[in-house]
Design a protein around this ligand. Structure first.
Ligand SMILES: Cc1ncc(COP(=O)(O)O)c(C=O)c1O
Length: 390
């Protein structure tokens, strides 16, 4: 088909063409989402084998048919306990969870054929946009983290008789800033909206024992559906949704990603369960990760780099164009440093994306080496007056 080729060629022309990456060898890695470096942890691997020996590699069917396993229910109870919710459900991936849970909750047929209204942070993940597309809801987008704009929208539509959701990531995966959760909760209460939170990048790094930012708040009086993943700081794959029991019961009836998909592999669930347990014991490491991130951010700012609104272990460095992002990604790769170049349509502003991990907290030289390479380059992403020493 000629059309497919034409699209690829036009993306190449604007430096927005994507290719599979296969860097080999040893690198200082700022591109991984394995923030706590748990991916190769021996205890987690052992837990995966043990679950595999007990339940098999595959789960053999949907949870509603042959696929339900004791270990899934145990893990869900643990998650609900740690998230302070009545119930939890696990999924094969975060993408699948967001796309099918949010769209099921907004299904017109359930809501008496009244379209749900989603008050939606513009920087939300593609899987949340896909959910909005699928359920044909009314989408009201507000600028990233702009609670005043969100409140204006809620006020404007307060008399409309439909189900309303405020939808936001809690740590934005590409910008590295945190949602103002206290405000989102206040607005949900005041305007009688439901809250859908995506804790993909907060899980393992923020909140009580690393179980996400929502654990710092009492959410018992609002309907809150909290999604998070096992694929990032937990170093495994899969996702959870923590919610009221009524919502879980409804999802078991109507969430297509759960009803019509084979349940997760017991190997993966065994690994994720062990990783979840270990994460709960890593407060010191989390503190160090966030301190190291802050040091790097301050240093980058001093040298005139724009780290946007980052306040977490995810640090973007704004570039003037997609081609500049690609150029610096290649340049750094040639020096043994992996960073991600994130471009349109994933984000409106091209950038390098650095993700800090525990590896960087143990090895100061890696950060120093990265900074030296970047500061000695002719990177035009600097917004200040060039290098400042000290
Ligand atoms: C905010 C956010 N939500 C959901 C997902 C999807 O999660 P998964 O990779 O587990 O499918 C991602 C992954 O990039 C993400 O960044």
């Amino acid at each position: 088909m000629k059309q497919y080729r034409i699209i690829c060629e036009s993306l190449k022309a604007s430096s927005d063409y994507r290719e599979l990456q296969n860097y080999r060898g040893r690198f200082i890695d700022f591109s991984t989402n394995d923030y706590l470096n748990l991916g190769g942890n021996p205890e987690i691997l052992e837990a995966a084998y043990e679950a595999g020996r007990k339940y098999g590699c595959g789960s053999t069917g949907s949870r509603l048919l042959s696929g339900n396993k004791e270990i899934f229910e145990e893990f869900e109870e643990q998650i609900a306990h740690d998230k302070n919710t009545e119930a939890a459900l696990i999924f094969n991936s975060g993408y699948q969870a967001n796309m099918t849970v949010l769209s099921a909750l907004c299904d017109e047929r359930t809501l008496d054929y009244k379209k749900a209204m989603l008050f939606f942070d513009k920087l939300n993940h593609a899987s949340l946009y896909k959910a909005a597309d699928l359920c044909k809801c009314t989408l009201k987008r507000y600028p990233n983290n702009d609670q005043n704009a969100l409140e204006d929208l809620l006020k404007k539509h307060k008399d409309e008789d439909c189900v309303k959701f405020i939808v936001s990531e809690t740590v934005f995966g590409m910008d590295g800033n945190c949602a103002n959760l206290a405000e989102l909760i206040r607005l949900a209460r005041e305007y009688n909206a439901l809250l859908y939170l995506d804790e993909a990048h907060a899980t393992g790094v923020f909140g009580h024992c690393g179980y996400g930012l929502s654990t710092d708040y009492d959410l018992s009086d609002i309907t809150c559906v909290i999604m998070g993943t096992f694929s990032k700081a937990l170093g495994v794959s899969g996702a959870y949704v923590a919610c009221f029991s009524d919502v879980k019961d409804y999802l078991l009836q109507k969430c297509s990603g759960l009803v019509y998909s084979t349940a997760p592999s017991p190997l993966v669930v065994g690994a994720a369960q062990k990783s979840w347990e270990l994460v709960g014991q890593m407060n010191e490491q989390r503190k160090k990760l966030l301190e190291t991130s802050e040091h790097l951010r301050v240093s980058l700012a001093k040298h005139g780099f724009d780290t946007m609104n980052s306040c977490s272990h995810i640090i973007p460095i704004k570039t003037s164009s997609s081609s500049e992002a690609m150029k610096y990604k290649e340049l750094l790769a040639n020096q043994g440093i992996l960073v991600s170049a994130v471009r349109r349509p994933t984000v409106p502003t091209p950038r390098l994306r650095l993700a800090l991990t525990l590896e960087h907290t143990k090895n100061d030289r890696a950060i120093t080496y990265f900074c030296n390479q970047l500061y000695s380059s002719s990177f035009s992403g600097r917004t200040g007056n060039g290098p400042v020493t000290g």
